[in-house]
Design a protein around this ligand. Sequence first.
Ligand code: GLA
Length: 389
Amino acid sequence: MNTDAMIKEFSSQFGKTPDHIFFCPGRVNLIGEHIDYNGGKVMPCAISLGTWLLVSKNNNKLLRFSSLNFPEKADFHLQDSYSKTGKDWFNYPLGVINEIVQEGDHISGLDLLFYGNLPIGAGLSSSASIEVLTGFALSKLFGINIPGKELALMGKKVENKFIGVNSGIMDQFAVAMGKKNNAILLDCDTLEYEYIPFEIGDNILAIINSNKQRTLADSKYNERFAECGKALKALKKDLDVTHLCDIDLKTFEDHRHLINDPVLDKRALHVISENFRVGEAKDALKANDLATFGKLMYASHQSLKDWYEVSGKELDTIVEFCKTYEDCIGARMTGAGFGGCAIALVKKNKFEDFSSKINAYYEEKIGYKPDVFASEIGDGVGELKKEFS
Ligand code: GLA
């Protein structure tokens, strides 16, 4: 859907044209999975798919939410605080508005129309996209001037406290701070970051949506979060550390007996080795050594599959195919897992062949087709400067 069509929809719903259009991307994570909430380093980038918000102020003291993706609409009177209602999509923007008013910022009534082309619940951060988008829009509309890092932290707080998922900072940071053709190397402990040019020569970044809905993702995610906490607690008996990612592989080897639980041991092993792989991946990308980068992607997937146990037969089938495809350098699941998407680095001129072969392979093994598309690396959240009457 193009912006003209979105404007038409806005006009037919609210009887006027929108004053502003904002856009926030989704993200993929190149490497560094499930370590943001363990104080590790991650390497996400913003993609070209995302969420749009068309918005105007109103004088009715009402927040009127509407979406082109979901049938539910909602009106809220302006209040000093808002609470979550069920599992409705508008809880995400509502949570952000709640944060902003709780901070003491004054807002007026708003007519809000959202549209997203990110597959929902597919690990491409549709929720972070809508959170950061709402924060950015309100920041602009009411002159609050919230810097990108703060928008990311606000989105994370909404996710943790309002929505109830113990996610880390990676997704919100990536969609707030993304930069065209660059990956972000983010230290999730200090929030220091560095842009790394994502130079992949004659390859492209393919996204393969397994089309397996991430059922149970939230509860399993919180379970992994808790397991990491337990493993850390055990290691802290002898080690003076704050996060699992403060521990290097050698120190872990010397102290892993303290954990004394095979499941927690596997979880810690994934986290600590994945953090190490991110460092290696950074060096490889900087040295333009894509072959090594690709091997690290495969190693990351293996660790998520065997040690962290967040993959599943759909994502494993995708990566298994990629390993056999000569013109694919590397592949792995991306995001929380339990379904959702995988990414792969594939030779540009082989993309169509890759697409049709992986489609056939996957359909035969799983029984339905994946969606395969090539992705650009884009900028983070922003306002679309569009003249409209
Ligand atoms: C989800 C969370 C992120 C991160 C990833 C896994 O996307 O929102 O914070 O933990 O899973 O790396």
